[in-house]
Design a binder for this molecule. Structure first.
Ligand SMILES: [Zn+2]
Length: 59
């Protein structure tokens, strides 16, 4: 098993409303921020996003 650098790690975030996204930190952070603002009128920080993120299984 190869070690993954943080930058390449895949994450999954599921919103309270059932909306879901996955990808690297670079992808999920803006996606979740955009969703929070558009769908819920919420401003979320990078830390908020990563607090919700769970590592996505490979594949
Ligand atoms: Zn939502």
């Amino acid at each position: 098993m190869t070690q993954s650098r943080d930058a390449a790690m895949q994450w999954q975030v599921t919103c309270q409303c059932g909306w879901r996204t996955h990808g690297t930190r670079e992808q999920v952070i803006p996606a979740v921020k955009g969703h929070g603002k558009q769908a819920h009128g919420l401003e979320v920080s990078d830390e908020d996003v990563m607090a919700l993120a769970v590592p996505a299984a490979g594949g």
